[in-house]
Design a protein around this ligand. Structure first.
Ligand code: FE
Length: 185
């Protein structure tokens, strides 16, 4: 039987969140390991979840836990596309599948948004976000001439999660909910 890396990943996450509820550090470490296995190969993501939009980056829901304990999303960047500065209000593990992305960390301070470290993720690389390890960033496709794809796992159904975008200059915070590019998610 042909192996199914996404199904294996979902099964591993079910075990991790069931065991690790309440211990974010342990959960993040284990999900990071599972994500490293998932993005070690790029031969499993179904084509409908790899399609870019000419204007906006897309977020396709690949799996939603029935109890909203986690979800898995493919994040598809068209050439040159980028996010606003945003947070997640839950843990997130990002695995680079195809192409590359640049993530820039930010801190919300009294005097506005303070820019932190910039990190380039390449295929096989994994990064984490969370309210305890640093939750605010801006992300962009590293390429102006091709599509990049990363796989994200979050500690809730991220498409329903109340979170925030930030104005780079003033630091003003606005509520937002991201939803998904594929319907009925
Ligand atoms: Fe993000």
């Amino acid at each position: 039987m042909r192996s199914d890396p996404l199904a294996d990943f979902v099964q591993r996450l079910e075990g991790i969140v069931a065991r690790g509820a309440g211990d974010e550090g342990a959960v993040l470490g284990e999900v990071k390991e599972a994500m490293q296995s998932l993005v070690a190969s790029d031969d499993w993501l179904a084509e409908p979840f790899t399609r870019p939009d000419p204007q906006f980056y897309r977020q396709y829901l690949l799996h939603a836990d029935p109890d909203d304990r986690f979800c898995v999303v493919s994040f598809v960047w068209g050439p040159g596309q980028q996010t606003p500065i945003h947070d997640h209000c839950t843990w997130g593990v990002i695995g680079m599948l195809r192409g590359a992305e640049v993530t820039t960390a930010f801190d919300a301070t009294e005097s506005g948004m303070k820019q932190g470290e910039e990190l380039t993720l390449r295929p096989g690389d994994v990064a984490v976000v969370s309210p305890t390890v640093g939750d605010i960033h801006k992300v962009r496709n590293a390429y102006d001439d091709r599509v990049s794809i990363s796989i994200h796992a979050y500690g809730t159904n991220i498409g329903k999660q109340a979170r925030h975008v930030f104005d780079a200059t003033s630091g003003a915070r606005k509520d937002f909910v991201s939803s998904y590019s594929n319907a009925a998610a």
